[in-house]
Design a protein around this ligand. Structure first.
Ligand code: ACO
Length: 326
């Protein structure tokens, strides 16, 4: 799916949150046969945050949502749509969106979860945009977050070292100036088994697997391909070139994947937001956490053209091109 946007909608609030506990590479080396050196060299990750046993996704997302609402000058009662992009909801139902809606006092909101792997936040942005642009929603809260530490196999070094827990949130509203220029979203279910959680739904397996399984090399090849293709497609569709882009916010999976996409696209490194070293891959939390870092370091400011591209389980990918207006 690809398209330029219609009625103007923008982000009016942004917030993010990670659990307090920081887990270093050396600590992980106590669980599996790995080393700080291997992890840094192959992924660029130095540390990640991990939720405590008491915390669920709604607990980690709540401060992020509150910060986004505060920046937008809204409170829960102003929100009429709440989408949570995640593959690690508190439970299958009620949705984490419904739980959050209750805790935020969103008494007039439609609330549901959306699953598109690590691309979930970009999918949810596109959906929120569509609802607000069509006039169905006046003020939407879009949350992206995951506690992947809950579904990792703590005996599998090939996946354990990559992921972290975290969440981010944005408020979307109709605006005089257009924020979103266009979206490109895609999925390739044929590659689904390269990154999957087989025993997590209605498909019955003889030997149900409750943990993430990944073919790292195939996901690496897929990621380097779609990050470039999706970005090029949306820029062409919206009539901009890479030189027009002020800030590039790729999914934070692996610094080598980001470097590859950055080189292929021809983005100078000073325009690229990278925080995978501090957070690991937080799945649906990755892009909003990186947006917040770009704002904090002054690169994402009013007028900046921001290109975001996510990719993940499904296999899925998605890009959003937006003019930052907040
Ligand atoms: N520590 C030490 N050694 C390790 C580790 C580890 N944590 N993991 C794997 N190895 C070993 C392997 O066993 C292998 O050993 P062998 O040569 O004796 O067989 C060796 O290191 C090299 O393994 P490769 O898989 O070739 O390593 P590669 O350089 O490809 O890096 C990695 C692996 C980091 C997983 C890479 O393939 C990658 O980043 N893939 C993409 C993963 C990704 O982004 N996933 C998230 C997608 S988004 C979502 O929706 C969740």
């Amino acid at each position: 799916m690809i398209g330029e946007t219609g009625n103007p909608v923008t982000i009016t609030g942004l917030g993010c949150n990670v659990p307090e506990r920081v887990l270093s590479n050396d600590e992980l080396a106590q669980f599996v046969d790995t080393s700080d050196e291997w992890i840094r060299e192959r992924t660029g990750i130095r540390q990640r945050h991990m939720a405590s046993k008491e915390e669920a996704l709604s607990d980690v997302s709540l401060p992020a949502a509150r910060r986004a609402l505060e920046q937008a000058g809204s409170d829960g009662s102003d929100i009429d749509l709440l989408i949570v992009a995640t593959v690690t909801p508190d439970m299958a139902f009620p949705s984490t969106a419904a739980i959050l809606a209750d805790r935020l006092g969103c008494t007039h909101a439609a609330a549901y979860d959306l699953a598109a792997g690590c691309t979930g936040f970009v999918y949810a942005l596109a959906q929120g945009y569509g609802m607000v642009a069509a006039g169905l929603s006046k003020r939407a809260l879009v949350v992206g977050g995951d506690l992947l530490s809950r579904i990792l196999d703590w005996d599998d070094r090939s996946t354990l070292v990559l992921f972290g827990d975290g969440a981010g949130a944005v408020v979307l509203e109709a605006a005089p100036e257009q924020g979103f220029l266009g979206f490109e979203l895609g999925a390739d279910g044929a590659g689904g088994e390269n990154l999957w959680l087989p025993g997590s739904g209605s498909r019955l397996f003889d030997d149900a697997e409750r943990y993430v399984k990944m073919n790292g090399r195939e996901v690496f090849k897929f990621a380097t391909r779609v990050l470039v293709q999706s970005a090029e497609d949306i820029m062409e569709r919206c009539g901009v070139t890479i030189d027009d882009v002020d800030v590039y916010v790729p999914h934070q999976a692996n610094v080598r994947i980001i470097d590859h996409a950055t080189k292929k696209l021809g983005v100078p490194s000073e325009k690229v937001v990278v925080n995978v070293d501090r957070y690991g891959n937080t799945s649906s939390g990755s892009i909003p956490l990186a947006l917040a870092d770009g704002v904090a370091d002054g690169r994402i400011k009013p007028g900046a053209l921001v290109l975001m591209t996510g990719m993940g389980a499904g296999l899925t990918w998605g890009s959003a091109l937006m003019r930052w207006t907040t």
